[in-house]
Design a protein around this ligand. Structure first.
Ligand code: NAD
Ligand code: UDP
Length: 340
């Protein structure tokens, strides 16, 4: 049965793809976003793709009264909470801003949920909560830690939710720990639109492929991995979006607060990613090995079996599909949403 879902951060990269899948599955979507790192164009295109409409509130989670009023206006069944700042480097430079935006924003949301009796919650957590993992693959039982303020906001929000779950037995909270989301909707109409220099590997690689940047800097080739470069668990953003729908369907069976890894379970190295992107784009992608990036871990990939067991979800889109879809988005929209 269709639910009315509040999607915070719904105009952003992962949120917009999730809105599309929610609408396709017959749910109603209310988006709350302050557009700090996104544009309304993404939502316009989501609506165009599915022929359904979204209720959009341009609102900051720091505006507690505004958030409360939104809950008073719409009878919500569930909340998917994507809104937050996510740049690791920036979080080291302006930690107070990160704590305020991500933590205080989440508190306002949870307070409004409590006041209005909305107890179904799905949170965008991250594999960063595993800090420097002791081994791979990573299960949800691994020790949690953080190595930067961004990661600490994710960890703190997880802890806040575990506390709230103890105090409020009605709460059903799913913590989705994303590994490395890449790719774009297969239409090439929506995708990731980083502002300025991309922080993550794949947007950078795609900008090199399309000619916006000269070459990819490979951060270290002396890790203990098969070719010495860093290994990550890249997951197609549509698979990730579908993970949220699976979590929404499973919420009635969830008690308290439960974490799930959303990854494919397979790791690829930086050089393998560059090669796959070159193949998909049929472009050469110049690259050069430089020093390691501070704080980076050699190898990270998920054990995603808990999500398969409890949510009936697994990623199905392979690396070639991820790269082809990234390239379709990048080549059709070389400057992101600003082009059209
Ligand atoms: P994004 O920046 O594209 O989307 C986040 C959205 O939240 C943006 O549209 C932004 O305008 C909005 N926002 C930020 N602060 C807000 C506030 N105070 N009030 C209202 N709106 C606000 O990022 P994304 O890649 O789509 O990530 C979504 C979520 O997933 C984030 O919480 C991020 O930390 C988490 N996550 C992302 C990745 C990744 O690699 N992209 C990995 C793990 C976890
Ligand atoms: N990386 C790289 N060059 C870049 C960006 C990233 O070599 O310009 C490497 C990075 O060291 C890591 C992998 O690519 O091994 C993925 O990095 P990303 O920042 O996308 O994700 P995260 O490190 O947060 O998992």
């Amino acid at each position: 049965m269709g639910q009315r879902v509040l999607v915070t951060g719904g105009a952003g990269y992962i949120g917009s793809h999730t809105c599309l899948e929610l609408l396709n599955a017959g749910h109603e979507v209310v988006v709350l976003d302050n557009l700090a790192n996104s544009s309304e164009e993404s939502l316009r295109r989501v609506q165009e793709l599915c022929g359904k409409s979204i209720t959009f509130a341009q609102l900051d989670l720091l505006d507690a009264a505004g958030v409360d009023a939104l809950f008073a206006t719409h009878q919500l069944d569930a909340v998917m909470h994507f809104a937050g700042l996510k740049a690791v480097g920036e979080s080291n430079d302006i930690p107070l801003h990160y704590y305020s935006n991500n933590i205080t924003g989440t508190l306002h949301l949870l307070e409004a949920m409590k006041r209005h009796g909305v107890w179904n919650f799905i949170f965008s957590s991250s594999a960063t909560v595993y800090g420097v993992p002791e081994s791979v693959p990573i299960t949800e039982e691994f020790a949690l830690s953080a190595t930067n303020p961004y990661g600490r906001t994710k960890l703190m929000i997880e802890e806040i939710l575990r506390d709230v779950a103890k105090a409020e037995p009605q709460l059903r909270a799913v913590l989705l720990r994303y590994f490395n989301p890449i790719g774009a909707h297969e239409s090439g109409r929506i995708g990731e639109d980083p502002q300025g220099l991309p922080n993550n590997l794949m947007p950078f690689v795609m900008q090199v492929a399309v000619g916006l940047r000269d070459k990819v800097a490979v951060f270290g080739d002396d890790y203990d991995t098969r070719d010495g470069t860093g290994v990550r668990d890249y997951i197609h953003v549509t698979d990730l979006a579908l993970g949220h729908l699976a979590a929404l369907d499973a919420l009635p069976q969830i008690h308290g607060c439960v974490a799930y890894n959303l990854g494919t379970g397979t790791g690829y190295s930086v050089l393998e990613m560059v090669r796959a992107a070159a193949q998909a784009s049929e472009r050469t992608i110049p690259h050069e090995v430089v020093a390691r990036r501070a704080g980076d871990v050699g190898e990270v990939f998920a054990d995603a079996s808990r999500a398969a067991r409890d949510l009936g979800w697994r990623a199905t889109r392979d690396l070639q599909k991820m790269c082809e879809d990234s390239w379709r988005w990048q080549s059709k929209n070389p400057s992101g949403y600003k082009t059209q």
